[in-house]
Design a protein around this ligand. Structure first.
Ligand code: DX5
Ligand code: ZN
Length: 224
């Protein structure tokens, strides 16, 4: 692979110090920030994942604190992704990554995200085959192949998702392909070999005393 971008996931960081944690990642050489936003918390039967982090007001504050430069990839683990497009755009998100499983009309959502000036990411959970994503691949900027069940950081990397990445890379050579879940120094080479070029890593970076060296290591494996 010819180089990857590294996007730390701050899901496992100290959320009470989110701004400082994001700054720490950017200072450590992060290429972008992967912001996990399971935020449809009110109606519990509609939960897409059994966790809550933050919503667009926090994104707006982060944008103010961090300035215009950092790229915010919003991983929208919500059951009604249509609902948050405009608020997230206004708050300063750069990319809106929604789950294919969460919408009945991906085409309309893609259009709406673009009209709101954001890049489009389309995610699939481990149980969703890549054939469902393929029809949209030419309309999106990035495909996200989940390598854990979405919801929590610190889970075990699912290596059996790599054929999905490989298939997408073969079919869509210029598509950005992101992996998310359990990716760290021990697993990143599998992702890079399969063709991923956007690497999300949460706990492997967050738990390290030296995030800069982990980020460098992840990036170097990709360019081998
Ligand atoms: C999982 C989230 C991930 C998570 C990754 O639902 O989408 O972004 O924070 O964390 P690690 O790298 O610890 O699996
Ligand atoms: Zn994520």
């Amino acid at each position: 692979a010819s180089g990857c971008k590294i996007g730390p996931s701050i899901l496992n960081s100290d959320l009470a110090n989110l701004g400082a944690e994001c700054l720490r990642m950017l200072d450590s050489g992060a290429d972008y920030l992967h912001l996990d936003a399971p935020c449809s918390a009110v109606r519990s039967f509609l939960h897409f994942v059994p966790n809550i982090t933050f919503g667009h007001p926090v994104v707006e504050s982060l944008r103010k604190q961090l300035g215009q430069d950092p790229f915010f990839d919003m991983h929208m683990m919500v059951s009604k992704p249509e609902q948050w497009v405009k608020p997230m755009a206004v708050a300063g998100a750069n990319q809106y990554t929604f789950h294919l499983e969460a919408t009945e009309n991906p085409g309309a959502l893609i259009k709406d995200i673009r009209e709101n000036g954001m890049k489009v990411g389309l995610a699939i959970k481990p149980g969703t085959t890549v054939e469902y994503l393929a029809p949209w691949a030419n309309q999106i900027d990035m495909a996200l192949v989940m390598t854990v069940e979405p919801g929590f950081g610190g889970q075990k990397f699912m290596e059996d998702m790599m054929p999905k990445v490989h298939w997408l890379r073969t079919q869509f050579p210029s598509l950005d392909i992101e992996v998310d879940g359990g990716v760290g120094p021990d697993t990143v080479h599998k992702c890079a070999e399969a063709g991923a070029n956007m690497i999300v890593s949460g706990s492997a970076i967050m738990r390290s005393e030296d995030p800069r060296s982990v980020i460098n290591l992840l990036r170097n494996v990709c360019s081998e």
